[in-house]
Design a protein around this ligand. Sequence first.
Ligand SMILES: [Zn+2]
Ligand SMILES: [Zn+2]
Length: 356
Amino acid sequence: MADTIKCPRCSANVVFDVSKQKITCAFCGTEFAPEELMKEINEEKLFEHAKAEEPTANKLEWEKQQFACNSCGATVFADVNTSTTFCMFCGSPAIIAERFTGEFEPDYIIPFKIDKDTATTKFLKWCKGGLMTPFNFVSPKNIAKMKGLYVPFWLFDVDAKLDMVGTGKKVLVTNSGNETTTITDVYNVTRKMNACWNNMPFDGIDRIDDDLMAAVQPYNYDDLVKFSPMYLPGFFSEKYDVSAEDLTNRVVYRSKEYAKKIFKEYTTEYNSSTISQDNSEYNVYDHDYALFPVWFLRYKYLGKTYEFVMNGQTGEVAGIPPQSIVKKIMASAVVLAIAAVIVKIIVSLMLGGFVG
Ligand SMILES: [Zn+2]
Ligand SMILES: [Zn+2]
């Protein structure tokens, strides 16, 4: 069964309203603070299907699973990682509770701060109103496919005993008369210090491009709050499919990159410095699980997939819009036409010069 969070006043569906930062009931108009509504709704009842012993999902061949909508009984199809979606039949937010409880229960969430209207405006600005994109890229039908999605993130805490050995160069240039003398002194440099990084973020989802997710970061942790399912209705969400353990090597690798920067920052008395040996110890000692908001649009054009990703908290945008072949040819035809006109003018000027 896919659950829906119901209004305690009238039993209609509620959604998280981004502009108000409240849970609102479209039917009776009641607004709730997320924590208030959580108190009012019996949590046991909300998650009753998560604890059902019988498997609630039937796995289908094409990696989709089906659930019954608890508003209308229609079948809700969901990808294996989807934890919240919508009923295609009645439009109710559908929450698959077993995918954010137990081992999948997030510790934190950054609620959406950017609503769909703002996301749409930013999307249009990003693709220059569709000037060079395929004709239906900015159609209302395509824009309607833009998803508000909570993406699973791991936040790592790393402790490091930095111990780096390298060289620093000091360059002295002196001028006397016509002669320039350059003296380079090379020093052995050792830097030892303790460092720690808290909440170093990595997305825990395989199918979204890592570079795209990296490009819309950072998220501002001022809005990081304790997880509540109350922020989910009205948005899609996914559970992680990359475990924290699977990411440990990448966490250490990124810590090493940060350590290199620290070495540079602490050797500024030299004109240049390089590390020859890193004897540092890195200890990934803790991690938390969080959901971060993105606006997401996937578009297929001439066999290629294009992705628009926008940070749902800060509005930072990443991705490359598809370029319409037709519009490109049209644009270059215009350029050619202008160029031809210019050539004509120059030629006639030259001719005019000869005649004159
Ligand atoms: Zn209501
Ligand atoms: Zn339904």
